[in-house]
Design a protein around this ligand. Structure first.
Ligand code: HEC
Length: 498
């Protein structure tokens, strides 16, 4: 709000000052606009979906017209310099603004997509800077998801193989976690590694290593990795000692032959990072059928169609592919308690229910105003809950297909959602950052929470954050009993092949 000057003279004076600065700024804007508009337009048209973007060619021209007036080296409002890739990756003295490979965790994307404040460019100025168009925002998102690359990475794309780029050792987010059906152990995917911990003692039990990756990849400072890239999803079989992990274009089976203690070893791999024919992109969602016989995988490439496949666990063969399930990546999957239906959550803003035997769409739930990130069934199978990047949870009637309720009160995206045991209470994690068990806010957390899970007996809750910390709470306590920190190993991220 502008304050109201109390006499006419002041009013006129202020008006004149505003007019002068308006004209000066307008001239600058016109100049900047003319010099870049032409170049930018032709560059935008050049972009093909699957080609990697790089900063100098695809992003800088946008920033030059819309951001550099306030974020140059000389002005640097908010300590943000958007003039080159290095200063963008360096962030502000307080925090990073880009997490390469993860636009949703990147402030730079969130403020222009109006997911977080301060919205950029700031609205309500005397000189209203032009907002980014949805096409430009999509480009920025894709650029970050591809690893926030620069021109010097360009040579990597002249070959047909997938090339790998290492991320800083400080990037060790936990995107995935799963608890064994006996509620004894938790597995978490921390960057490209998988750790197994005992829930009561908090002791590390095992670190899963893919022997094929040992000494294979020059980017790994240490070779104890489970996947080339980030571990996006994990699921334990409800019936046997089997863990499935999802990475870029691959899922891995980790089995134990011992009855008591899990001693998981790599048993088989489906897919190949070089070959999209089995699995198209990052496996962002995994779900077992209640009888443990089927595994559903959800994936997708940024802004391309989502992929939904169902595999036979016994022989690792593809049972079926549900064609055209979503127009974008599948982020969450869960079989209904009777195993007959499969619910999906997608970045196309929809949640859906498919009939597993016929592959037919049963319900389509429209109502979230942003990415749908997770879905969960109530134990009676009559209610499906979905959570979104719009910060709301929606409850849907699975018989009529109608929306029953919307739960608000989150300040950022709700990254994971589960019904707790057979109750109608929900466990939800959010970037705001909170982990909420029913009405309770669990304590101890301070950074973006990507995932949370609850044990089958409903007694233990686990969550993982952007800094690689794994939190364990036992009911009824709200303080965590364990906070398990990472040991730094630089992960790698895939740059798509042609
Ligand atoms: C008219 C001036 C202006 C323009 C134009 C502008 N910004 Fe900003 N920006 C600011 C100010 C002021 C801040 C500090 C806000 C604060 O402290 O909360 C800021 C902060 C930021 C931040 C850091 C947010 C945080 O939480 O610290 C990012 C990222 C950002 N801007 C990105 C952009 C992008 C991208 C554009 C172009 C699309 C842009 N800005 C255009 C003035 C501007």
């Amino acid at each position: 709000m502008k304050k109201c000057p109390d006499n006419l003279f002041e009013q006129v004076q202020e008006f004149c000052q505003q007019l002068t600065s308006f004209i000066a700024l307008a001239l600058i804007f016109v100049f900047v606009f003319i010099s870049f508009a032409t170049a930018q337009k032709s560059k935008l048209l050049e972009i093909e979906r699957n080609k990697p973007l790089h900063f100098e060619k695809n992003i800088l021209p946008i920033f030059q017209t819309k951001c550099l007036a306030c974020h140059s080296k000389s002005l640097a409002l908010g300590n943000v310099v958007l003039e080159n890739r290095e200063t963008i990756l360096a962030g502000t003295p307080q925090s990073l603004i880009v997490t390469p490979g993860n636009s949703d965790a990147s402030k730079l994307f969130r403020v222009v997509a109006h997911l977080d404040e301060p919205f950029m460019p700031p609205p309500g100025n005397d000189i209203q800077p032009t907002s980014m168009t949805s096409e430009e925002i999509k480009l920025l998102k894709t650029w970050i998801d591809q690893g926030a690359l620069g021109a010097d990475n360009d040579s990597l794309f002249t070959q047909s193989q997938v090339k790998w780029k290492s991320l800083p050792a400080t990037v060790t987010p936990i995107y995935s976690a799963a608890i064994t059906p006996d509620s004894q152990y938790v597995a978490c995917g921390r960057s490209n590694q998988i750790f197994l911990y005992h829930l009561i003692s908090g002791q590390i039990v095992q670190r899963l290593v893919d022997p094929n990756l040992v000494n294979q990849n020059k980017f790994h400072a240490e070779s104890k990795t489970a996947h080339h890239d980030l571990v996006y999803s994990l699921a334990f079989s409800p019936k046997e000692n089997l863990l499935i992990s999802g990475g870029y274009r691959t899922i891995k089976f980790w089995r134990s032959n011992e009855q008591e203690k899990p001693n998981l070893a790599l048993d088989r791999v489906i897919g190949n990072v070089e070959d999209p024919s089995k699995i198209i992109g990052r496996v962002t969602a995994l779900a077992f059928s209640p009888d443990g016989k089927l595994l559903a995988t959800g994936s997708g490439e940024s802004s391309r169609a989502g992929e939904l496949k169902i595999w036979n666990i016994e022989n690792a063969k593809l049972v079926k592919e549900i064609s055209d399930p979503h127009s974008d990546t599948i982020m969450g999957l869960e079989f209904s308690p009777d195993g007959k239906f499969l619910a999906t959550a997608s970045t196309d803003r929809l949640a859906k229910i498919f009939d597993v035997s016929t592959s037919q769409l049963v319900h389509l739930y429209e109502g979230h105003s942003h990415h749908v990130l997770d879905v969960t069934w109530k134990a009676d199978g009559k209610v499906l809950a979905s959570s979104g990047a719009d910060g709301v949870i929606k409850l849907w009637d699975t018989e009529t297909g109608e929306q029953k309720e919307t739960i608000e009160g989150y300040e950022k995206e709700i990254t994971s959602l589960s019904f707790i045991g057979k109750t109608d209470q929900l466990l939800a994690s959010s970037g705001d950052p909170t982990v909420r068990r029913g009405q309770q806010r669990l304590r101890g957390i301070s950074n973006f929470i990507h995932t949370s899970v609850v044990s089958a007996d409903g007694k233990t809750v686990v969550a993982g954050d952007q800094d690689g910390r794994l939190f364990i709470w036992h009911t009824p306590d709200i303080m965590p009993v364990h906070i398990l920190r990472p040991t730094a190993v630089p992960p790698t991220i895939p740059l798509s092949s042609r």
